[in-house]
Design a protein. Structure first.
Length: 333
């Protein structure tokens, strides 16, 4: 195993920017894993998952001062890399990125995902969630499978979309909203008369955020990364110098799967959230967790990769029903 370390002075300096849960992606066969380094900006870690050995993969071609923030694998096996200004394509084995689409303005990208299995949303559809630099603008964008442009998605009465939507093997959509866990749907608008690709729908099913305040308190954290492995949702909770990994089973059914006005009533919503919290497991509590990625297999998701900050930066991998095992440590090459 190749261990990866970061100099002591860097370890004490804290995270360079807010992080999301989308800094890692597996190849379609699960034998390779790419991870955006914590601090470096000109390469990806390329990890052979049979031995968990790592090497830097140079990445070139971004505009000046652009840095990789998120990535995902698309339905063709190419990597999609998001910066604060654009989405880029990185084909297998290549080092030079190719521009696909630009954002209307600078933004912190909180996640990127691509639909790779048949389901309610067409295969090849890409979602990009952002926090606009000036605090104004759309929090979610979509690229259709033709990849021509980023189109805003209408998000109503959800003040903070904290993760990008992600999908289970069966096509169910989950995402972080207002720092809690939501399940929902995408309603496509194809009439051509509006400037939106459609609307995001859904409802909260697991209120996982830890929220409190006092005159000297900074101890809150909430959902800022999600991954779906089998019928379980893994949520990374993040805050200032605190983080956790929580496993929550998907509800038995999506009670708000379409725009038919039949959203859960108060008592039903309470029952759904009570069941979710009653079944939730806190798997880890550390200083920070990010880079959630599900390793694929022919039968569906095999295991979960994630990165933790505790005593340094560690790469971990877990199988369903088990705890995470350290498979590497991150350091500058």
């Amino acid at each position: 195993m190749k261990h990866v370390a970061i100099a002591c002075a860097v370890l004490l300096s804290g995270w360079s920017s807010p992080l999301s849960g989308s800094e890692a992606a597996f190849s379609a066969d699960g034998t390779k894993l790419w991870v955006i380094p914590v601090f470096e900006t000109d390469f990806l870690w390329e990890i052979e998952t049979t031995t968990w050995t790592a090497k830097p993969r140079p990445v070139r071609g971004f505009a000046a001062e652009e840095a990789m923030q998120c990535l995902c694998l698309d339905e063709k096996g190419d990597l999609l890399v998001a910066t604060d200004r654009a989405v880029w394509l990185l084909p297998p084995g290549e080092e030079e990125v190719r521009l696909i689409a630009t954002l209307p303005g600078p933004a912190f990208v909180t996640g990127i995902s691509c639909v790779t299995r048949p389901g309610p949303v067409p295969v090849g559809t890409v979602f990009l969630s952002v926090r606009p630099e000036n605090g104004e603008g759309d929090p979610l964008y979509l690229m259709k499978p033709d990849r021509k442009t980023l189109i805003p998605v209408f998000v109503r009465r959800l003040s903070d979309l904290t993760t990008v939507p992600r999908f289970s093997d069966s096509g169910r959509m989950v995402y972080g909203g207002n720092w809690d866990l939501w399940e929902g749907f995408f309603e496509a608008w194809d009439d051509g008369g509006v400037d939106r690709a459609g609307a995001l729908g859904g409802s909260r099913f697991a209120p996982l955020a830890l929220m409190n305040t006092d005159s000297a308190n900074s101890g809150s954290m909430g959902v800022d990364g999600v991954a779906v492995l089998g019928e379980d949702v893994y949520a990374a909770l993040g805050g200032r110098h605190m983080g956790a990994l929580v496993r929550v089973p998907l509800p038995s059914e999506n009670r708000y799967a379409s725009n038919d006005g039949m959203h859960p009533e108060l008592a039903e919503s309470f029952a759904v959230m009570k069941r979710a919290l009653g079944a939730a497991d806190i798997l880890e509590e550390v200083e920070r967790i990010d880079a959630l990625a599900v390793q694929p297999s022919p039968e569906g998701g095999r295991g979960l990769f994630y990165r933790v900050r505790s005593e340094g930066f560690e790469w971990k991998f877990l199988l369903p029903g088990q705890s995470g095992k350290v498979v590497g440590k991150e350091e500058s090459p």
